[in-house]
Design a protein. Sequence first.
Length: 313
Amino acid sequence: MVANRGTSLRRGLQILSALGSEAAVADGGLGVTQLAALTGHEKSQVSRTLAVLTEHGLAERSPGRSGYRLGRECFVLAARTVQPRLIQDATGALEELVAQLGEAAHLSVVHGAQILTLLTRSPAHSIVARGWVGRTVPAYCTSSGRALLFDHDRDALVDLLGPGPFPAHGPNTPADAVELARRIDRARRVGYAVADEESEPGLVAAAAPVRDFTGRVVAAVNVSGPKFRLGERLHVGGELVRAAAEQISANLGAPVAPAAGRMSTPWEGRAAAAEGERAGHGGSRRIRSDPTSRESPVPGPVAGTLTEEEEAT
C-alpha cells in the first residue's frame, strides 16, 4: 500500500510538472494522450490521477479544449511563497549591494500611486540617503517608481497618476505623464532606471524591477546616495541592481527569455505578436522595436540637468 501511494504521488508530480512546462502553457494545456506520452504512464492511470488533481484544484480543464492545465490552487500555493521568499532573498541582495557600492540599498513595492519601502540596508556613512522603512514617496519621481511601473504604458500611467503636471520635488522631477512614460520607455531598454535629483536636490538613485513566477513586477531593488558620492557611479550601480533584481526574480520563478538568457516581460510578448502580425501582412506595417532590448549605457557623471540622453534612463 505504501509503495502504491508513493507511485501515485510520483505520477501526480510528474503530471503537474508536465502541465507546468513551457509547451503546456503555450498550448493552453495538454490532453491525456500527450500527458501519457510525456510521463510514460498508461492513459487510464493519467486519467485517474487527473481526476484527483482536479478534485483538489491542482489541475483543471482547459477552456475551449479537451486538455488540462494547472489549477488555481497551484497559483495560490505559489503566491503564498512569494512574499517570504522575496524578503529573504532581497535581504542578502541588499547587503551585497551595500558592500559593492558603499551606499544604501532598498526593496520597495507599489502602494497605490506611492512607493512603499519594505526593507533597507545602509552603510556606515555619516551621510546616508533617506530610505525609511514604512514611509511612502510619489511613484513618478523615484527610480524605484519607474522600475515598478516598467509594464505601464502612457494610458496606464495617466489612470494611476493623472496626466499632470506633477508637483516638483527636485530640479529634475518629470513634468507630466508624457515625460514619465518617455523616461520609463528608455529605462526599459537598459533594464534599470536612474533618478537624478528627482525626489529631492542632491539625491541620485538607480533601480530595477523584480518579477514573480507570472512575470509580473512585484517589487524593485534600488540604491541611492548623495550625488557628490554616487553620481559618477550611477550607471555602474544600475547594472548591479539589475543583476540583483534578476537573481531575485529567478529565485521567484520568473520566466526567462531563452535566447537572451534574461527575464521575459509582457513587452516581449507584445513585440512578438506585433512581429507576427507584420509577417502576416507582408511587412507593410511599421512595428515599434522591442523596448526591452538592452543597450549598454555609457558610464559617466550624471549632469545636474538631464540631457536628452540622460533623460532616457
